[in-house]
Design a protein around this ligand. Structure first.
Ligand code: FES
Length: 697
């Protein structure tokens, strides 16, 4: 569990959520700088530097020294003891329970309970003999330590001399192995029959301390969990073998809520029709998850009864709807969700087809529009574990941004609108067969089309970014984002592709597929908003693009985005292209990590207390950006109203409404649209963000 500097003395008995009450800053004036502390482990002579509050147990695991444990760091097995040679670690209740008084006097402590608050050295008597680990996320080695554990027992059969109850018999055996256990009545009901049919040779299945099942015989090899990334559009499920850390099967499908609208606002709007509508949305997503599960089980050849836990991540709206909670407050000021905490729910209660006594675990959110999917992404990329300064951006309808390092981290959501998903783009489409996903302009147009040798039907987000970047590089568009006329570039081999569509400048990409001037403006707006969000966070942290070690692009869109193009259009800060890294489905990776490692899950639970959430709408510097939007809106045609919805997503509705009224007034006075400048519309925020050369790189 993470604690903040000084927390040991000031908050000796606080639980995780209370610790999470670290002041959050919306203006960046609450500076929390953590000095890293040095810990050395002997006899291995391994040293690491960790944030204050890390346990000796976790710090050791992070550098590949898996201290022995059977309870996973819960303080109940006593196997993780170390001797503190230098530094102080107070003896906690669990130390007194598990260690002898003389051991405590000699400096022995349970490493899972000993928090680091100064430089320390400790002696480790025992490592796990065969530590199992899996490489996850951004090449991270995750030591297998799942919340779900199976323990096989050959219990002593009852006799007149030993009339302990079945439950007491099991509990005693578990205690001997260092496990605490709590059993619900539904599992209790199964004990008499299973025990006797199996001649008291049984396997106990624990999720944390909760007894999920007792199975006949030794079933320890069959232990599975499922990680779900519930996206607004797509749902990905991965069945994980919790013994090996390997994926047994993986599948994805469209979220069954799609008929209720493509984006979160439409889903929330449907939910506003009342409890039945919310239930309808809940059933839709659960039935999608169950169809994914059926496929996963079929592919892996296992049964739902062998799958004991599901870790689910998603944006805040998706998790509300999954749990049948009204998300409507998310759509109106002041945008407060019903919950942002991690929740554990009975799978049976949700109707999810895993073991009926299994559990569903969600991860916490950072803000109304920075959800558990981003927390999972931060976990997978390890942004808060290293000294490297990194910005993690999940590009979508909202650009969710996390900037920082182990020292300090900030997060925000910048509204981008649907351009990156191909909406509001004349020939836009989702990234499916027939979509142009890559563009190269030289003497001719070279297109990369999803599906290979098929005719182009439209253009998806990554193709859009590529096309605009290439138009700029090919000299067919100026730095303001304005498409040139054929007469401006008469000798250019692609001059004849500069066409006019209904009085608007456009560039012909393929038969029937073109990019209009207006599409370019949409992209400018979308990327300008995200670039501005990044810039705001960089300003708060007091860093510049030159300080960034890496730019991580998350989400399915980020995976397909050409880093060079992202840089050319100014979507990301101007860093070397090899420092712009697509991290794939980081949300799904984070969910898998939380499934495979109880310790990593605890880290995820603590992330909201370690990341400062920045609300853009409350910031004076973002108001400056709104001023620039004022200019943009003056130039837009009168369908600006969609911007209200888009900005409403992130809490700026109150600021934009008067602005829109003003635009409506000025437009009705006949103020005409004027050609826009790349820097004055969306890169105005951007040019300010990255410097005047940003769009020229
Ligand atoms: S890991 Fe079991 S007591 Fe510390």
């Amino acid at each position: 569990m993470w604690r903040w500097p000084g927390a040991r003395r000031a908050l000796p008995n606080r639980g995780p959520r209370e610790l999470a009450a670290k002041p959050r800053s919306s203006r960046g004036d609450s500076v929390v700088i953590q000095r890293k502390l040095e810990v050395t482990y002997v006899p291995f002579d391994r040293t690491t530097r960790v944030p204050p509050g890390t346990t000796l147990f976790s710090a050791a695991h992070w550098i590949g020294l898996p201290i022995d444990s059977t309870c996973g760091g819960r303080g109940t097995c006593g196997k993780c003891k170390v001797r503190v040679i230098k530094g102080i670690a107070d003896a906690e209740t669990a130390d007194h329970r598990q260690l002898r008084p003389q051991e405590i006097a000699d400096g022995w402590r349970l490493s899972c309970q000993a928090h680091i608050h100064e430089d320390m050295t400790c002696e480790v008597p025992q490592l796990l003999r065969v530590p199992k680990a899996a490489t996850m996320g951004l090449g991270r080695l995750v030591i297998l330590d799942p919340n779900v554990r199976k323990v096989y027992f050959e219990l002593k059969e009852p006799s007149l001399e030993d009339q302990r109850s079945d439950l007491a018999r099991l509990k005693d055996a578990l205690t001997e192995e260092g496990h605490d256990m709590v059993a619900g009545v539904s599992v209790l009901r199964t004990l008499p029959q299973v025990f006797r049919e199996a001649n008291f040779r049984v396997t106990a299945v624990l999720a944390g301390e909760r007894l999920v099942a007792v199975e006949a015989g030794d079933t320890t090899e069959q232990c599975y969990g499922v990680a779900f990334d519930v996206g607004t559009t797509t749902l990905v499920g991965t069945l994980m073998n919790l013994r090996t850390g390997m994926a047994a099967s993986v599948t994805s499908t469209l979220n069954g809520q799609a008929p209720f609208g493509a984006d979160v606002i439409s889903r929330i709007s449907h939910g506003m029709n009342g409890p039945e509508a919310i239930h309808e949305l809940q059933l839709a997503v659960i039935s999608t998850m169950n169809s994914v599960l059926a496929e996963l089980y079929r592919d892996a050849g296992i049964s739902p009864m062998q799958t004991y836990e599901a870790v689910v991540v998603g944006n805040v709206t998706m998790l509300h709807l999954l749990l049948g909670v009204d998300p409507s407050p998310l759509s109106m000021m002041p945008f407060t969700p019903a919950f942002m905490d991690e929740l554990t729910v009975d799978a049976g209660e949700l109707g999810l087809h895993i073991h009926p006594h299994g559990y569903v675990q969600t991860l916490p959110a950072l803000g109304a529009y920075v959800g558990a999917d981003i927390v999972a992404g931060v976990l997978a990329t390890g942004v808060l574990r290293e000294d490297k300064l990194r910005v993690f951006v999940d590009v979508g309808t909202n650009g969710e941004i996390v900037l920082g390092s182990a020292e300090r981290a900030l997060a925000t959501a910048a509204p981008a609108g649907p351009a990156f998903e191909g909406s509001q783009i004349k020939c836009g489409m989702r990234a499916t067969v027939g979509a142009i996903e890559g563009v190269q302009l030289g003497d001719r147009v070279e297109l990369q089309i999803i599906g290979g040798d098929v005719p182009a039907e439209g253009i998806c987000g990554s193709g859009l970014v590529d096309a605009v970047a290439q138009l700029l590089l090919a000299g067919l568009m100026d730095h303001s984002g304005r498409l040139k006329l054929p007469g401006d570039v008469p000798d250019h081999p692609l001059a004849d592709r500069l066409i006019d569509i209904d009085g608007m400048r456009a560039f012909l990409l393929a038969d029937g597929v073109f990019l209009t001037q207006r599409d370019i403006r949409e992209l400018q707006f979308a990327k300008g908003s995200i670039a501005t969000g990044i810039k705001v966070l960089m300003d708060i942290l007091g860093v510049t693009a030159g300080d960034l070690d890496e730019v991580l692009l998350g989400g399915s869109f980020g995976s397909y985005l050409n880093p060079e193009s992202a840089k050319v259009i100014g979507l990301v800060p101007p860093v070397d292209v090899d420092r712009i890294i697509a991290v794939g489905n980081s949300a799904g990776e984070g969910a898998k990590i939380a499934l495979l490692s109880y310790r990593e899950r605890q880290v995820a639970f603590e992330l909201p207390s370690r990341i400062e959430y920045v609300e853009l709408s409350g910031r004076t510097d973002f108001n400056g950006i709104v001023d620039e939007l004022r200019e943009k809106l003056h130039r837009l045609r009168p369908d600006y109203s969609k911007l209200v919805v888009v900005y409403g997503d992130c809490g700026t509705r109150g600021k934009l409404e008067p602005l829109l009224d003003e635009v409506a007034r000025t437009q009705s006075l006949g103020r005409s649209s004027s050609p826009t400048g790349w820097s004055a519309t969306s890169t105005a925020p951007c040019s300010r963000a990255w410097g005047s050369t940003a769009t020229q790189n």
